[in-house]
Design a protein around this ligand. Structure first.
Ligand SMILES: Cc1cc2nc3c(=O)[nH]c(=O)nc-3n(C[C@H](O)[C@H](O)[C@H](O)COP(=O)(O)O)c2cc1C
Length: 416
């Protein structure tokens, strides 16, 4: 057991004070998340246990990271968002980001698009490829996207949202389709109830709620009460999202809100073993001790290897730079070696860069809730001129068409 200064020795649990007394799940307390009713075939009924979902994260939840997380636990591991236009035009990077492996089961893909024809075509093709779950991104707060009426602007217009979900559901056969939304644009323009109802009415199997507004971006505390409110309003499962940093947060969120499953975002960045801890607490076991620094280094190297296999040496190593900051966060002396880590040219450079750090240091409790990506920024959400005067409108916003436009969008989308 960890003997670090911050560890709670009275319980032997490595947790922050918020979670030191939280009991693990009792037998039968939670059930598997059920997505789809399987009326047509078995494929259409997904049972997810534990009821845990890796959040779609651009630049993060590619096959390399999904496969690593999956080795620790179980649940549903969603791809980063795949733009419909990029996918349909055969963009090479989009195809790589959408790629999977034969043993990735269930396979889950998040799509991004605001055109019902594109979405329908993409969904048909993904279903033919064998995808088991589809999610649509209606959370993206990036100005380039919302200014055109896409992403988190869509739920303002329930008829447009309905049209897009309908296009997906109608083309998905009985593969479950879920919708990911935010609370709304800002505190005076909350849309999650109407959006959730519209999605459910069109056959969405569940609604995921990132319990922050688009104006909030990723700052402040997620509003778990909004998740509870959506549970009251909808008769399909609600997936709660926001601030699952420790495994026990998931139990607290489900107990407090009654949601059917949790979506884990930044908490797992540089901490893929969080999915093992989540499986433990949902199965009624105390989670094991998190890895010490030496073990973290080995996990990080293994992750780097997977990225290199997926993207090739140059891109894989470049992608690994941000991950090294996340894996080493909070360990003594890590700030000192960060500059070197940001300049690595090979995976072996990682070992050299961290050689001087104490490899026996236990995982620091202070790092459990440390912000690893995004920050405390807030924004004024950009919407198209007159957008809020036509809320009954269901006209799809204009999206990117040419390959250049698509690439510019994909860059901007990075981080919805
Ligand atoms: C680096 C990064 C990329 C993200 N990309 C996406 C995305 O592609 N699609 C999406 O629906 N949400 C995306 N998100 C939002 C997360 O899925 C999640 O909703 C958000 O981080 C809140 O959960 P958390 O508080 O557990 O981090 C992204 C978040 C981060 C940090």
């Amino acid at each position: 057991m960890s003997t670090g200064p911050d560890a709670d020795s009275s319980h032997g649990r490595v947790a922050t004070p918020l979670n030191r007394e939280v009991p693990v799940a009792s037998p039968g307390e939670f059930g598997p998340l059920q997505l789809g009713d399987g009326r047509v075939s078995e494929r259409g009924q997904l049972r997810v246990w534990p009821p845990v979902i890796l959040a779609p994260m651009a630049g993060v939840t590619n096959l390399a990271f999904r496969s690593l997380c999956r080795e620790y636990g179980a649940g549903l591991y969603v791809s980063e968002m795949i733009t419909a236009r990029g996918y349909l035009m055969g963009n090479r990077l989009t195809a790589l980001l959408a790629s999977s492996a034969p043993d990735e089961k269930p396979r889950s893909v998040q799509v991004y698009g605001a055109d019902p024809v594109d979405l329908g075509e993409m969904v048909r093709s993904l279903v033919d490829e064998g995808v088991d779950h589809l999610d649509i991104n209606m959370v993206c707060p990036v100005p380039k996207v919302t200014r055109a009426g896409g992403g988190s602007a869509i739920p303002c217009k329930p008829k447009l949202l309905a049209r897009l979900v309908r296009a997906m559901v109608q083309n998905a056969g009985d593969v479950p389709v879920t919708v990911k939304i935010r609370k709304g644009i800002h505190d005076e323009l909350l849309t999650f109830e109407q959006a959730g109802l519209a999605a459910a009415a069109e056959g969405a199997s569940a609604v995921g709620l990132h319990a922050r507004t688009a104006a909030q971006l990723y700052s402040g505390e997620a509003d778990w009460d909004a998740i509870g409110r959506l549970v009251e309003v909808l008769d399909v499962p609600v997936l709660g999202n926001g601030d699952i940093w420790e495994s026990f947060d998931a139990l607290r969120m489900m107990r407090r809100t009654g949601c059917a499953g949790v979506i884990v975002g930044r908490g797992c960045l540089g901490r893929p073993w969080l999915f093992g801890e989540l499986a433990d607490v949902f199965d009624g076991r105390e989670p094991g001790v998190p890895p010490d620094f030496g073990q973290v280094v080995e996990i990080m190297m293994g992750h780097g290897q997977r990225l290199v296999e997926l993207f090739g040496e140059t891109v894989g190593v470049r992608q690994m730079r941000k991950w090294t900051a996340w894996y080493t966060k909070g360990f003594r002396g890590s700030a000192r070696v960060r500059g070197r880590l940001m300049r690595i040219e090979s995976l072996e450079d990682i070992r050299t860069a961290v050689a001087e750090l104490d490899h026996s240091e236990p995982f620091p409790v202070t790092a459990l809730r440390a912000m690893r990506a995004k920050g405390s920024k807030v924004q004024t959400v950009k919407l198209p001129e007159g957008y809020l005067k036509e809320l009954d409108d269901d006209t799809p916003p204009k999206g990117p068409r040419t390959l250049d436009e698509i690439e510019a969008w994909e860059k901007a989308l990075n981080g919805g």
